[in-house]
Design a protein around this ligand. Structure first.
Ligand code: BG6
Length: 493
């Protein structure tokens, strides 16, 4: 059972803290998920902010929680467990001693240090925690991407943290793993016999994984322009989804065994290097366009500077093992796309032998469509006889499971879930250092090839599905990105 803990939130007034972490902690408090006596200690960069802090986070929470979630009484009792303090992370002075006093008054309870700060201060922050003797046997540190800029910088960051915390006490967040719909991938695959036997190269033609966003830079220009879609989304979220789709069954649902299976997938990714990158990976950058009725500026206008950073990427990947021999995985993510969703499409091979006459129309390959967000649903595209016609006429129909109908009270808050898991010392949904290394080892050569002038990003209109080259990537294999709306409109493509 979870016991009272101290949650020290470095970067307590930062964007992530205000948008996700404090609202998530409030939800946990309101649901009675925080044990009595738990303290939340946000650290702030200046003394004046301390006085104003509770008002500031209250305003932010009202903005970021759903309308019916905020409740003045619940907030008042939540505010009592907030202990904001002024600490300069980079400078070990008497403020650190004051924080130590506060934490040491907590009777050896567990401590979670959440570093919601730029990685450049991870090391100094851990060092100061160590020098103040604040890292106890039951302390844990939570860190979030960007964990490095490439394999080398990731290794540096991980080594620095490892000087002060054992691997078992380091919780690396990928918030996609905290999404309930993402965890459901494990249940879908390993608790359903019908899929267990239909999950390999014999039956599956290709797999498509898309995270498409409608947002642009969102005031994060300096971070995003140095990262781009490959580092920001593929190195972590998309590769994690790929692992969950492609991994073998773990012998048990424990953190170690799940991570070991994910690692094998990452290590089996066929490397893309040099010239192969151009033929397998597309880069795009949005230009001004119409996003659902509103004209939005292009990336360079938003940025106000020239840049070759990609805001879109589509990649064809192969996993070199016997389960997935010759099955392409198409990965795609982009900003300012036509629609926001995250989805996995498993496209099955067509029937081996067609018995229907041409007049019956075409058969549509079966597809399992797993929509992870914004709505959580699972659809199976099947071919049926058109019951409205006398003659045999085939047409696609959709079997639709809307998980929100099955779980009415459910509300997904990935950060809340992950913060509580860290407090409960459950690392299952966090990333092991070896996974970070393996992901970068695959990503680095692509980034290197993208430095070549011929690999500049293609322009794509904001509000579209990305550059034409993305469609061409699949067309060159005789395939296309699946779009269920177009299927519904009668145009399977
Ligand atoms: C973050 C990226 O990790 O994930 C952002 O840095 C992106 O650029 C975000 O917008 C997407 O998360 P979600 O949960 O909104 O799909």
């Amino acid at each position: 059972m979870l016991e009272a803990f101290d949650f020290v939130l470095f970067g307590g007034a930062g964007d992530l803290a205000l948008r996700k972490l404090i609202p998530g902690l409030f939800r946990a408090h309101r649901n009675g998920e925080l044990p009595e006596g738990t303290r939340i200690v946000p650290t702030l960069r200046n003394a004046e902010m301390v006085l104003e802090y509770k008002n500031k986070v209250r305003e932010a929470a009202q903005k970021h929680l759903n309308a019916n979630e905020f409740n003045a009484d619940a907030w008042a009792s939540f505010a009592e467990i907030l202990f904001p303090i002024f600490v300069d992370i980079a400078k070990k002075d008497e403020k650190w001693d004051q924080m130590a006093q506060l934490l040491n008054s907590g009777n050896n309870r567990q401590r979670v240090f959440y570093l919601s700060t730029p990685p450049s201060v991870f090391s100094v922050c851990c060092q100061h925690l160590h020098e103040c003797n604040l890292i106890t046997k039951t302390s844990r540190v939570v860190v979030e991407k960007p964990l490095g800029y490439d394999a080398k910088t990731a290794e540096e960051i991980n080594s620095q943290i490892a000087k002060y915390f054992a691997e078992s006490a380091i919780f690396r967040i990928d918030h996609y793993l905290g999404k309930e719909s993402v965890q459901n991938l494990l249940a879908l695959r390993f608790a359903n016999g019908i899929f267990e036997h239909l999950w390999d190269a014999r039956t599956i033609d290709n797999v498509q994984i898309t995270i498409s966003e409608t947002v642009g830079l969102e005031g994060r220009a300096s971070f995003y322009d140095g990262a781009g879609a490959l580092r920001d989304m593929v190195q972590n979220h998309i590769l994690q989804l790929l692992c969950l789709v492609a991994m073998e069954s773990p012998t048990k649902m424990t953190a170690d065994r799940i991570r070991a299976e994910k690692l094998k997938v990452l290590e089996s990714l066929r490397p893309l290097t040099g010239n192969t990158v151009r033929f397998n990976a597309v880069r795009g950058q949005y230009v001004a366009g119409d996003l659902n009725g509103t004209t939005v500026p292009g990336y360079l206008d938003e940025l106000g500077a020239p840049s070759n950073t990609e805001t879109f990427t589509a990649i064809r990947v192969h996993i070199d093992n016997s389960r997935w021999a010759n099955v392409p995985f198409y990965l795609r993510t982009g900003k300012r796309m036509k629609q926001r969703f995250a989805e996995i499409v498993i496209e099955y091979k067509d029937v081996a032998h067609r018995v229907f006459p041409e007049s019956a129309g075409t058969t549509t390959p079966n597809r399992l469509v797993i929509r992870l967000q914004p709505e959580e649903c699972i659809k199976i595209i099947m071919t049926s006889k058109n019951l409205g016609k006398h003659e045999m006429s085939l047409s696609p129909v959709v079997l639709n499971l809307n998980l929100a109908d099955a779980y009415k009270d459910y509300f997904s808050d990935a950060y809340k879930r992950l913060m509580l898991d860290a407090a409960a010392n459950d690392p299952s949904l966090f990333i092991h250092r070896a996974e970070v290394d393996a992901a970068w080892a695959w990503i680095d050569p692509i980034i290197e090839a993208w430095q070549r002038p011929e690999n500049k990003p293609h322009g794509y209109m904001a509000g579209s599905w990305g550059p034409i080259a993305s469609a061409q990537l699949l067309a060159s294999d005789g395939r296309s990105w699946f779009n269920i709306d177009e299927l519904a409109a009668g145009e399977s493509h």
